[in-house]
Write a protein that binds this ligand. Sequence first.
Ligand code: ADP
Ligand code: MG
Length: 846
Amino acid sequence: MGFYVGIDLGTTNSAIAGTTGGGDLRIFRSADGTDVLPSVLYVDKRGHRLYGQRAYQQAMLSPENVAAGFKRLMGTNTPIDLQGAGLSLTAEECSSDILKVLVGQAYTETGTSEVSGTVVTIPAAFNQMQSEATLRAARAAGLESVALLQEPVAAAMASISQSRTPGGQFLVYDLGGGTFDLALVQSLSGSVSILAHEGINMLGGRDFDRILVNNVVRPWLLEHFDLPDDFQANPKYRRIIRVAGLAVEKTKIALSAQERETIFASDDEVRVTDASGQDIHLDIPIDRTTYERLIADKLDETIALCHKILKDSGYRSDDIDRVVFIGGPSKTPAVRERVSRELGVPADLTVDPMTAVALGAAIYAESRDWNGGATSRKTTRSSTALGTALELRLDHPARVSANKARVRIKVSTPGVTGCVILIESQTGWSTERMPLSDGMSIDLRTDDMGVNTFRVTVFDRSGRPLPEASGTFEITRTHSSAAAIPATQTLAVKVLDSTAGDRNLLEVLIAKGTPLPASGSKAFRAARTIRAGDGGHIDLELFQQAPGVSAPELNLPVGVFRIASEDLAENAIIRTGDQIVFHWQMNDSGLLRATVELPSAGQTFDTPKYYVDQAGHRSFEGTDGARMAESALQNAQEELEKAQTVVGAGAVQTIDGLAGRLAEQRRSLTLADDADAKRAIAEEGRHIRQDIARLLDQPENRARLLEHELGEIKGLFNRVARDTVDFRTNERFDQLARTATQELARSTDKALESTEKILGELKRLTSQTLWQDPMFIVAQFRLIAEERHLAIDKELFGQQVRDGLAAIERDDMPTVRRIFFEIVENQVNLGSAVRGAGDLASIMRS
Ligand code: ADP
Ligand code: MG
């Protein structure tokens, strides 16, 4: 029958649920007897580890021994330092530990460790690298058959399983410890998919705790004790704030169930004295209304986002069946009440916000056919053949989620006139005796969760049972119908496009919405020549493509398949134009596997060796992290200034909005104290640039954008190239520029296309000239030599800079230029403008 497990691996809390496919779907509780396990790890000096609630208590008091919130760092190499334990772990290792503890809870409660399939949930916004990291953590925890599922989809499945109407649209409102995630989920003919999702990064239960500390605890302390105004900044008093953090959280949770509570901590717990030597304690009564008033602004923000997601997706409140509430803070009565009332959408009150995601994941796990790692939808129809003398075939569903099912009877032998059929279930329910006929259908009741067994009996004309035409069949009733999960993101490959000068574009490999699992092959051609052992390489670079943004540098890089010259068979050669075939498979967790085939060389390369987690897998720690985030915002700033000069008056509001978002990120950066906050800021910088690119891409802006770029390239050429190049190159440049201006003036679609082409040619000419000029090369090199913070391999970067400087000393410009582009390759992709030919894709469309 199988044992299926669903795990909600949360930032703050995790939960595990399981089912054996019958009606026994349930939560496996932690050793403390709670439904959820805090996702916290405590390691003491001797290396002894504690998890969950006990580790969480320590988190506030001795943070230097505790890892918490590590889910936000999944898919990056940022180390989590447990200084108190002299240990440094990755987010993946911490997650793996939590998964082991959770699975242990399931083993303890069921006495079995034979899991047929485990589904681990991930946020809707997780990218390929974060998903891969989650899967690796599960493998490291000893789980074998694992699939991933998006949290809002799991929540929706839990909700559907409780409901009579499986179809429709839901809003999944997930207010967690640190973030607010909102998804519009649709369930349609057996397929559950996310239509849209949004989020607010720094809004969750922890912020509510902070609000309570700042607005209630702090004034109370200042009033009752002899403390300086800025006592929070003083290390001597730091412990008060930590203890207060724990105390307010307890109070806040209590206020979800009762009207009044006290924020309390005894002087024994606080263990700090004020300036007059008095022991500090906390004893602050607070009522629910006061608390709810304090968080009202934050709630408004979430409600505004709900309105926005509906509007952006073209839905009205009437189209939404219900709001499914997920996450601890949504247990606050005001949250459910206000959100539901102000949206005019009923709340789903059947699912528990703390456990719905795990339960939904278990339901999904049970609905899959597990064979190894790959899963597919279980067959949903079945056919049972009975009898030899009288041939009967029964067509019926194999699995249903409702309490009824229909069976169709096919009789392929003549002479059934006068025969009668009866179907009984093992629960005691039965049909009437009905005259048997070919093509008749009979409604059955599937009252039991799990397997329902039915007995068919056929009686002949004289009422005697015909044993050879009788028998049994089964219909399994599941919690929710097996649902297909479509691809959640568009994956695309970077290709060289030479229709208008040389530039990089993205070619879609798997479009968002493709039903999974899926597979396919796509042929490209080599855009350069490499020979065995010549040091060259050809890359298939994959990006997660944002809708409508075709420039690779504005999208998130997720991995590279590299064919390096040393991997080629002896004497093999790949020539420009040779075919390169990419065979890919995406399983239903959204994870990609691929092989690369070179028909001309007769070679095929597998994934494991060639999948490189590169730029995205970076750390945003310390000052380097701050400088990376700063660079990302700087890039956005430059794009915004360009957009300001290009777009017309019609887009002033859009520009102002973007400027506001950028300013907000700048403010956040001054406050950002951890790697995750800086990563989020850099990511938002990229989103702002994507929106600018979409704006500039609109047809009404096309001519103005070309005019702007033409002006820029002319200016650049005059400044740095005109005086150093020969007469003929100057002539050629001016000739082209004149034609471009004339074409632009005609402003027909065709003329604009030709302007674009000439512009490409002008850029190529300028760049070619510049990269011949020693002064330019040296200046560029000196600039990039300052960008240590962007280097992926810092040691390599050091070596590259030393080699480059030595080459400058001996005036060896070709080498300086080569090293410059090697440094570019060793850089994080923050989407800086193309730096020259070194960045061009090594493959093209076939
Ligand atoms: P995550 O999705 O980040 O793992 P959870 O959904 O478990 O987080 O939410 C954790 C947050 O919920 C914490 O800030 C906690 O204080 C808060 N919380 C937990 N239970 C309640 C409750 N009954 N009422 C209000 N807040 C709660
Ligand atoms: Mg959660």
